[in-house]
Each structure stands twice: as C-alpha cells, then as structure tokens.
Write a protein that binds this ligand. Structure first.
Ligand SMILES: Nc1cc(-c2ccc3ccn(Cc4ccc(CN5CCCC5)cc4)c3c2)n[nH]1
Length: 245
C-alpha cells in the first residue's frame, strides 16, 4: 500500500518512522511518502494561507499549492483502474471507525491532506473529486488544530490491518470493536499484585470457561461504558455470547 501525506508540518509525521509502521516501511509493506506543502508554493514567502472570503476569524489554506501537491500523488500511469482515495481530516467529515480502517486497509493508494488554520479552500476538494475518491474524515466530535494528529491515528489504525504488518494476525481478531463490543480486561504476572488477585478462571486452564468469562466481560464493559454500541449490535453477536460457554 502506498500512502502519501501532505502537511506544512511534515516533522509531525516523524512518528510514522517508528515501531510497527516504521518496520512495515522498512519491509516494503507500506510505502509512506510525507511531503511539505510549502514545496508547492511559488512565492518568495512560500505562502499557503490567506484571509477568508466573507470574513471571519483566522486564515484559509490557498487552493493552488494543494492542487500542485496532490497532482504529484497521481501516478502518471495510475496502477490499475482504482482511483487513489484522498482522505481529508476535518471536523465536518464522516467519523473514522474500525470499520473505516478495515475498508481503507484494502485500498492500494491512500493520500492524506493535512489542513491547518481554519481549513482548506473547498474548491480543492471539488477539483480533487475529478482525480480521487474524496473522503472528508473526522476522528470524533472535538476540534484539533490541524489534520496531522488525525492522520497519525488513521495511518496507525489502517496500517496495522495490512497483512504482514502485525506479526501475529491472531491479535487483530479479538480486539475492541472488531465484533462491535469493547475488549475484555487483560492480566499478566504476578497473579497477586498489591493484594489484588486476578480472576480465578484465568488460572483454570479451562478454555471454554475462559472464553465465557471474556465474553461476559466484553458485554458488561460495553453496556456500562458504551450503551450506544449495544443498540447497534448484530443480533448474532449476542448469540455468540451465549455459545461461548
Ligand atoms: N476530528 C477532528 C478533525 C479536526 C481537524 C482536521 C483538520 C483541520 C484543519 C484545521 N483544523 C482546525 C479547525 C479549527 C476550527 C474549525 C471551525 N471553523 C469554523 C468556521 C470555519 C472553520 C475547523 C478546523 C482542523 C481540525 N478536528 N477534529
């Protein structure tokens, strides 16, 4: 998978050189290219912003540098029929979920446009629609100062689902939100820590009972912390809960 990221703070994306994503880049599983938007300006001051039409606080990102930058992510001969997907972090986007991560992990080429200031001139997204599948994307209902933090989160969530990136694919199966439920609690040695024991069942070696315990914990936690997810559950998920005896 190829991933292009454009930002006026490319150093923000240095975290993508680390850990699992960094290793996947070294292994050639992910081809991540971070570029500085200012490379695509033409004036002496490398200007990327200007005042908003219609007034209002703050500045808006100029369209031309973005069009010049995004054009470099369009391969001269795009690999195959698939258009690259352009993800534009925005408070006004669709909410990024684990479902979105799975979907995007199957894409061949993702392009991320990190806005700053009050956002990017809307005409950029209109123009980009001719060459990309454009998806404004929100991390959640809170306002960040720019798109970089959102891109770090999305690239990590997507990258770890690309085959070969996570050593043991098993660990991707039983994780939060993969079955619509929150994950169960985890414990490790010592079995008694500061007068606190671990749930006895986990020492029983009875895998059926352990599976049942974990499923019950998932349901308990989800109903306590995220009742909204219970309402959205696929009925078969609840049946599975009964079967995990
Ligand atoms: N999930 C999530 C994503 C973001 C996010 C993503 C990209 C950018 C680029 C700039 N900003 C700051 C920012 C500040 C104020 C407004 C609201 N203004 C009101 C009138 C015009 C705009 C919008 C945007 C971002 C924020 N935040 N949260």
């Amino acid at each position: 998978m190829r991933i292009d990221v454009f930002s006026i703070f490319p150093e923000y994306l240095a975290a993508l050189d680390l850990s699992l994503i960094g290793k996947a880049r070294q292994d050639g599983l992910l081809d991540v290219r971070v570029k500085d938007l200012r490379e695509f300006t033409t004036d002496r001051h490398r200007t990327v912003d200007d005042t908003p039409y219609g007034g209002g606080a703050g500045m808006v990102m100029k369209p031309e540098p973005w069009a010049q930058a995004l054009a470099t992510a369009l391969d001269p001969a795009p690999e195959g029929p698939a258009r690259p997907t352009l993800i534009v972090p925005s408070p006004a986007g669709e909410v990024f979920t684990q479902k979105t991560a799975y979907e995007l992990a199957g894409a061949g080429h993702l392009v991320f446009a990190c806005g700053r200031y009050e956002g990017i001139d809307e005409r950029v997204l209109e123009w980009a629609g001719e060459h990309f599948t454009v998806r404004p994307m929100s991390l959640g209902d809170y306002v960040l100062n720019g798109g970089e933090v959102a891109v770090l989160a999305m690239v990590e969530a997507i990258g770890r689902l690309v085959p070969g990136v996570v050593g043991n694919p098993e660990s991707l199966v039983e994780e939060s939100h993969s079955d619509g439920l929150l994950e169960y609690p985890v414990y490790t040695k010592p079995s008694q820590w500061r007068e606190r024991p671990i749930p006895e069942v986990l020492l029983s070696g009875n895998h059926a009972k352990i599976a049942r315990f974990r499923r019950d914990e998932q349901l308990r936690r989800t109903s306590e912390r995220r009742p909204d997810l219970i309402a959205k559950l696929d009925p078969s998920t609840l049946d599975k809960a009964d079967k995990a005896t």
